[in-house]
Design a protein around this ligand. Structure first.
Ligand code: HEM
Length: 144
């Protein structure tokens, strides 16, 4: 749930990978012509207030009472895209994130630096095709 919530708010590829339209179609009254380059804004979908309650709030428990997953079937959560060109490394990527996080939590207790509160954590993203944190994460790790 924590990982899903992180991907909702911070999809690593916020605009997925551009698609080129093959045949004309209509959406919301707009006629989209062949050859048009389409971007799917997964970042905005993850923060859509019509879909998510309090979208700006980090609240992993929102995934407790539903079966929304990140495998491309639930269009409100698309960190790996969807359809024929969905990320083929989806399961490897998920496993790497789960193992990495589990190891960090297993080995260390994580604390904020003296005088810092949770709200001070800087979550600004550096722009790009794939995004990461703009500034480094400041935490103090305590070995168990
Ligand atoms: C958390 C980790 C990862 C995320 C969030 C991610 C995300 C994505 C996204 C959004 C796309 C575009 C899908 C679309 O447009 O529908 C993509 C494509 C792709 N990803 Fe990943 N990816 C991850 C890990 C990996 C790994 C570990 C590999 C390989 C070992 C990989 C290989 C690829 C390849 C080859 C494509 C292009 C697929 C195509 O165009 O047919 N990805 N990924």
């Amino acid at each position: 749930m924590v990982i899903k919530e992180t991907w909702r708010l911070h999809p690593p590829a916020p605009l997925l990978v551009p698609r080129e339209v093959i045949s004309e179609f209509e959406i919301n009254g707009y006629k989209i012509q062949p050859k048009t380059l389409l971007h799917v804004n997964a970042w905005a979908i993850g923060r859509d207030p019509d879909t998510w309650k309090d979208p700006e709030v980090f609240f992993p428990e929102r995934f407790m009472d539903n079966d929304i997953d990140a495998k491309g079937q639930n269009f409100e959560l698309l960190p790996f895209g969807s359809g024929r060109r969905i990320c083929p490394g989806m399961y490897m990527g998920t496993t790497m994130v789960e193992f990495g996080l589990a190891n960090m939590l297993y080995q260390f207790d994580w604390k904020l630096p003296e005088g810092m509160v949770v709200e001070d954590i800087d979550m600004e993203e550096a722009p790009g095709l794939t995004v990461g944190k703009k500034n480094e994460l400041l935490l103090v790790l305590v070995k168990y």
